[in-house]
Design a protein around this ligand. Structure first.
Ligand code: TYD
Length: 218
């Protein structure tokens, strides 16, 4: 079996960069890594993602919840499980904790209910480690605005349902993530996401080493 790592945090926390850095480090050591993301890690998921992120479309909170879960089931069965069975590392950009943070802490759906659905859907396929990249909402907002400026220049639109929410909403998410870390400190690890990319990467590697997942005696 491979190793399953998920990365979490508010929009603009730097997950995507860290995932790319980790893949590079693994591949430099000859370890195969598969990157996936939620929502949108599969063909069906890409269609679901379009619906979910289009803020012009009204979606009830529960509709959002079930669409994220539907996307996750596809990703688990089409991408994550086959890759783990093939002995690969899977680096997943968001997983269950995103639903707990955004639909639970953010939109107010009962956390116990979200846990209940996932127990059924995930079975034994829980990440070995989940990194929560934690940073002040202002830092994340600044990074996001820089990124959005670039993507506006390319696509001319920006209408992401969650990125455009208020700072108050982002604070709720951040607080939620920190509570999730406290709830399951063995698996869910807070990393200071306000540090530089290189420093955060070093923290990630150090933790994997402590967990004896890395460097795997190579
Ligand atoms: P995306 O553009 O992938 O953002 P990011 O690069 O920050 O991950 O959009 C995903 C959005 O969907 C993001 O704002 C978080 C949200 N989301 C949820 O609300 N619930 C979920 O379960 C997941 C997986 C994502």
């Amino acid at each position: 079996m491979g190793v399953f790592i998920s990365f979490e945090g508010i929009d603009g926390c730097g997950k995507t960069t860290q995932i790319k850095l980790l893949r590079k480090t693994l591949e430099d050591r000859g370890i195969k890594a598969c990157i996936t993301k939620e929502p949108g890690g599969t063909e069906a998921g890409k269609i679901i993602r379009k619906m979910l992120l289009d803020s012009r479309l009204f979606l009830d909170s529960y509709t959002q919840l079930f669409l994220f879960v539907a996307d996750r089931v596809q990703n688990l069965n089409e991408v994550i499980r086959p890759a783990l069975e093939a002995g690969k590392w899977v680096l997943c950009d968001r997983f269950v904790e995103s639903t707990l943070a955004y639909q639970g802490y953010g939109l107010g759906i009962d956390l116990g209910y979200i846990d209940y659905i996932h127990r059924e859907v995930i079975g034994n396929t829980w990440p070995n480690v989940t990194f929560v990249l934690d940073c002040p909402v202002e830092v994340a907002k600044y990074r996001l605005e820089r990124r959005r400026g670039e993507s506006m220049a390319q696509n001319g639109i920006s209408c992401d349902r969650y990125e455009t929410k208020t700072l108050e909403f982002q604070e709720k998410l951040r607080k939620g993530y920190l509570e999730l870390v406290e709830r399951d400190p063995e698996r869910i690890i807070r990393v200071d996401g306000s540090k530089t990319e290189t420093e955060v990467h070093a923290l990630v590697l150090r933790f994997l080493e402590e967990k004896k997942l890395w460097p795997l005696g190579i």
